[in-house]
Design a protein around this ligand. Structure first.
Ligand code: ADP
Length: 553
């Protein structure tokens, strides 16, 4: 409830009104009580004075009966509790209450304490408030007591009715007790009236404050909150009604102004975004066209360079064939004699080898650029590996190369075109053999490796030779078509390009590790099932097994 500003202002106003009016009412009641009591005291003083004056003559005449009669008559008036006369010894010589007459009171009695507060030295003169006292009677009503000392006048001693010496100043005391019950009734009635007035004023002020706060604070603040929520929700066209020129009215105006500015800013931003989008699209289109042109020219350039390499590679054997053909034709035209037959056979042999070389180049180029989909089957890589090793067995023997095999049994089958995988393994094995012309050790391993990222099983075949290794400057060019370091036209430079094409089409990868002088290792890895079968992306190669210049297909 106290969470709203209006509620807090209202509670504060109500509390201040309650306390303020309460304090005011209390002061008023106190003042009124004092006035009434003062009036009662004045009345009692007047009564005492009247009584003293009316009995003076009878006292001088020592006519006690007259004195007591006057006192009794006055004492019978309503509102007067009792009137007593004390002599100097403290004996009640007369009282309107007959039971008290003749009784003695000591100086500690309630009526005597004013003069006898100091033992043995009674006061002879009392002034103003010292004459009065207020106490409770047996019925619980307040009673106003008034002490009127009876002084020893000169005329008293001359008429000889008192035996008291002239020095004695006080002959006795007149004690008048008037009831304050009526005064108290009036005070109670006034207090009640003040209380009702306070309640009424409090309710009126609180009600007026409540209505004012509700109309001029609560409602406008609520409208402001509603407006800010609408703006925050994106309704920037929302405007608040401005009903007054107070601070809240001005706040509503500022709010509307802010809403307008925000709307303009948003429109400008939207325009700008649309323009930007349009420009980005235009630029993207220009870029796409430029990219397409670049790709086209790159294609043409690579086609050009490939054609140049192919032309060069085929031109050499072809020009050799042409030369030998001319030689053979010349020999035959000149009427070939039997002694020239060995030469002719040599030329024909060279023509045959050069033609075979051309055929090899063309068939490898076809294998490298083959785009048709491979027809896969489930095959065991160990079986393919054994078959290929059997094919090169004779070569190993001839070159004095020891074969070391570590094939892991029970490997899962892979989806592949077995002939092509055999061709790729064969090419890598032939390179390894050619890297060890003086003999050495060929290590062939197979193993299943679980790729942690994709949780797919990969089958790896590693072929390690103990040859000269691959120089660092050669590594980046290994898979380029027609790249070879083999002299005497022994190499065509298409072996690894073909391997690259085959493994790529099988969604596999090739890792190469080599330290110059420490042999080379080629790792061919194939997934247990290709991506299109498993539906999972190809796993990446763990970084730690890659040399910076390694190749990953
Ligand atoms: P080619 O065998 O006809 O030269 P390749 O594409 O098969 O063509 O090989 C390209 C080059 O890669 C080779 O010329 C050779 O320099 C290098 N190479 C391939 N395998 C090995 C290996 N095991 N050891 C050293 N060098 C190798």
């Amino acid at each position: 409830m106290l969470s709203t500003l209006s509620a807090r202002i209202f509670l504060l106003a109500a509390a201040v009104t309650l306390v303020g009016l309460g304090v005011l009412a209390w002061f008023m009641v106190q003042m009124h009580t004092r006035d009434l009591e003062s009036e009662a005291v004045q009345g009692a003083l007047r009564l005492s004075d009247t009584l003293t004056r009316s009995t003076r003559y009878s006292m001088l005449k020592n006519q006690k009966e007259d004195v007591y009669h006057i006192i009794q008559t006055v004492g019978d008036q309503p509102g007067i509790e009792r009137i007593r006369v004390f002599n100097k010894e403290g004996r009640i010589t007369f009282s309107t209450d007959p039971n008290e007459r003749g009784k003695a009171v000591d100086t500690a009695a309630e009526a005597c304490t004013r003069c006898h507060s100091v033992p043995g030295a009674p006061l002879t003169r009392l002034e103003g408030k010292e004459l009065t006292r207020i106490f409770m009677d047996r019925e619980g009503h307040r009673v106003l007591g008034l002490i009127a000392p009876i002084y020893n006048e000169a005329s008293c001693s001359t008429i000889g009715c008192h035996s008291s010496p002239r020095e004695q100043q006080v002959l006795g005391v007149l004690d008048i007790q008037t009831s304050l019950a009526q005064v108290d009734d009036v005070i109670t009635a006034r207090s009640r009236e003040f209380m009702y007035l306070t309640y009424f004023l409090m309710l009126t002020i609180a009600g007026a404050c409540g209505v004012f706060i509700w109309l001029f604070v609560h409602q406008p603040v609520k409208a402001l909150i509603r407006g800010t929520r609408k703006i925050a929700a994106g309704d920037l066209s929302y405007r608040m009604p401005v009903k007054s020129r107070t601070e809240i009215g001005r706040l509503a105006e500022s709010f509307n102004h802010m809403g307008g500015e925000l709307k303009q800013a948003r429109e400008a931003l939207t325009d700008w975004t649309e323009t930007l989008e349009l420009r980005v699209n235009q630029k993207a289109e220009t870029l796409r066209q430029a990219q397409a042109k670049l790709a086209q020219s790159e294609k043409l350039a690579s086609l050009g360079s490939l054609s140049a390499v192919v032309a060069h590679e085929i031109n050499n054997p072809l020009s050799g064939i042409l030369t030998y053909t001319k030689l053979v034709r010349k020999l035959l035209q000149n009427g070939a004699n039997p002694a020239q037959i060995p030469d002719m056979l040599k030329y024909l042999e060279a023509m045959e080898s050069e033609t075979a070389r051309c055929g090899k180049i063309v068939s490898n180029l076809l294998a490298f650029s083959r785009q048709s989909a491979i027809s896969t089957e489930s095959a065991d890589l160990n079986t393919i590996l054994e078959k290929t090793l059997f094919l090169i067995g004779h070569k190993l023997e001839l070159q004095g190369i020891a074969l070391h095999k570590e094939l892991q049994g029970g490997l899962p089958s892979v989806w592949c075109e077995a002939d092509q995988i055999q061709q790729a393994i064969f090419a890598v094995l032939i390179n390894a053999i050619e890297a060890m012309p003086e003999g050495g050790t060929l290590t062939v391993k197979s193993a299943g490796v679980l790729d942690a990222a994709s949780e797919a099983m990969w089958i790896e075949i590693s072929i390690t030779d103990s040859g000269a290794g691959i120089p660092n400057d050669v590594l980046p060019h290994l898979f380029e078509p027609f790249f070879t370091t083999k002299e005497n036209k022994k190499g065509v430079g298409l072996g690894l390009s073909v391997v690259y094409g085959i493994i790529k089409r099988h969604h596999g990868r090739i890792d190469v590790r080599s330290e110059p002088g420490a042999g080379a290792t080629f790792i061919l890895a194939l997934p247990e099932k290709p991506a299109e079968v498993t539906g999972t992306p190809m796993p990446s190669v763990p970084e730690d097994i890659l040399h910076p210049q390694d190749f990953v297909v």
